[in-house]
Ligand binder design. Structure first.
Ligand code: 5GP
Ligand code: MG
Length: 191
């Protein structure tokens, strides 16, 4: 266990939940849907999810988008920018947009709107973690791994200033001076 990280979900608990999510998704979507993964935070989650879907004979195509969000002080400005290009085969597709955390929801609201503008037939949202108490715009995910309080989490692909992505579990960072969880507003620009 990492010194300054307290455990929230073990590797086993995450694996069981990701497997359950894959069953929910398999029941709803055709085998050839397009999975659009939001980089960087969702890459570990998506890697496990696609292998669970494979076990269910579901074989989505995979694309990636990188989004950048800029906060101002303690509040998110809600300005979301795409870095690089979108997958070029979105038109007419049923899309599963996969991200790590639904927080204010501005990032996924923007990404979903972009995909619909590109002609996606349908966009479903799948997030590993949902923080409903932080909601600023109305967005409901179709598939949610865990619903959590307003705590700042790391691990399982999710970083704090690029650290902790390789932790196999999800934990809460304790700030050294206060032993309080780091506020979720203090996050890297590229999420
Ligand atoms: P929002 O929903 O506020 O637009 O943005 C969600 C994004 O904020 C997530 O994809 C993630 O990148 C970042 N974020 C939100 N909460 C946390 C957290 O607890 N830890 C980390 N590392 N990033 C977070
Ligand atoms: Mg993110």
């Amino acid at each position: 266990m990492q010194d300054n990280v307290s455990l929230l979900y073990t590797e086993d608990r995450i694996a069981a939940r990701v497997r359950a999510l894959s069953h929910e998704i398999a029941a709803d979507l055709p085998s050839d849907f397009l999975m659009v993964v939001v980089l960087k935070g969702a890459f570990v989650f998506a890697a496990d999810l696609i292998r669970e879907l494979h076990e269910l004979n579901i074989h989505p195509e995979v694309g990636f988008i990188t989004l950048s969000s800029y906060g101002s002080g303690t509040t998110s400005s809600g300005i979301v920018r795409v870095i690089g290009t979108l997958p070029d085969n979105i038109a007419g597709r049923r899309v599963l947009l996969v991200d790590d955390i639904l927080d204010t929801r501005r990032t996924l609201a923007h990404a979903r709107d972009l995909l619909l503008k590109e002609g996606a037939a349908e966009v479903r949202l799948c997030v590993l973690l949902d923080k409903p108490s932080r909601q600023e715009v109305t967005v409901t995910a179709d598939y949610v791994g865990f619903t959590i309080d307003d705590v700042f989490v790391v691990g399982y692909g999710i970083d704090f200033a690029e650290a902790y992505r390789g932790l196999p579990y999800i934990g809460i960072v304790q700030q050294e001076d206060t032993a309080e969880p780091a506020p979720s507003t203090e996050r890297a620009d590229e999420r």
